[in-house]
Write a protein that binds this ligand. Structure first.
Ligand code: ADP
Ligand code: MG
Length: 269
């Protein structure tokens, strides 16, 4: 067993220096779906990825935490740096990368027959993390995910007994338990009602103090509410490209590219 990390108040996981994609391309078989994506994600910021369906947003975030390569026929080129180290460098432990770069999906996917508490702690063994006190970690993660008050008296209820919005926050708490530096969120609210959506958006804002967040969203108001930066992706017949990235207020008020303007003003997509 490799040396386990001890997670204590004196040794919190730090933000790191951020994330950077350089010259990322992706293919499914011969289908070139992403071309030359260059994006910087500064530590402690929230970046929204927007663009019409099929332009490669999900594929792009799967290249960041090396999930893309697990899809049959998938290929990629380029580099992804986390704290200055290429996550694709030979000899990199893919499991470790996935622990440092967590992911939350469109459809909440808690383990339905595990308890709420077991769900949150389910990644610890894989992460080889030793924690001085599991109850403290459980409370901390559920608090940061904005779920503690609602579940503190029913930690032994099944994950599947929660509402959709609560299940999504449980999945966020589960990601947090292994202390990731980056959280990738692929349309995390698209299956949720407006109230739950706002609750998750608050959670995202709170988490951004301690981690770097990349969120795919089709909801322009959501991008405007939660993100510091926005990147607009588009596939114009060919592979998806990143057309423009800027502080979110600029993307929505004075985009540089006509195609960005057309998209954010609802003319297509
Ligand atoms: N598992 C897959 N196998 C083959 N092609 C895929 C797969 N997933 C996505 N694609 C294709 O890759 C392109 C980008 O898809 P995706 O990344 O899902 O876009 P978005 O998330 O922006 O809607 C699309 O043309 C889609 O059909
Ligand atoms: Mg998608």
């Amino acid at each position: 067993m490799t040396s386990a990390e001890m997670l204590t108040p004196e040794n919190p996981k730090v933000l790191g220096t951020g994330l950077e994609a350089r010259g990322v391309h992706a293919w499914f078989g011969k289908n070139h779906v992403l071309s030359d994506i260059n994006l910087n994600f500064a530590a402690g910021t929230v970046t929204a990825l927007i663009g019409p369906s099929g332009c490669g947003k999900s594929t792009f975030i799967r290249t960041i935490n090396r999930m893309h390569e697990f899809i049959p026929t998938a290929a990629m080129a380029g580099e992804v740096f986390l704290d200055g180290k290429d996550v694709y460098a030979s000899g990199t432990d893919v499991t470790k990368i996935r622990l440092k770069i967590g992911m939350v999906f469109q459809k909440p996917n808690p383990f339905p027959s595990m308890t709420i508490g077991e769900n949150v702690l389910s990644g610890l063994k894989l992460a080889q993390l030793k924690v001085p006190n599991k109850d403290d970690l459980l409370e901390e993660c559920l608090t940061r995910a904005g779920l503690w008050k609602e579940v503190k008296d029913r930690l032994s209820a099944h994950g599947g007994s929660l509402s959709g919005g609560q299940q999504q926050r449980l999945c966020i708490a589960r990601s947090l338990a292994v202390a990731p530096q980056v959280l990738l969120m692929d349309e995390p609210c698209s299956a949720l009602d407006p109230g739950s959506t706002l609750r998750i958006e608050e959670t995202i804002r709170e988490l951004s103090d301690s981690m770097t967040i990349v969120i795919v969203t089709h909801n322009m108001q959501q991008a405007a509410r939660v993100s510091d930066y926005t990147a607009f992706f588009l596939s114009d017949g060919g592979p998806g490209e990143m057309i423009e990235t800027a502080p979110t207020s600029e993307i929505f008020s004075r985009p540089k590219d006509k195609r960005t303007e057309d998209y954010v003003t609802g003319r297509f997509g």
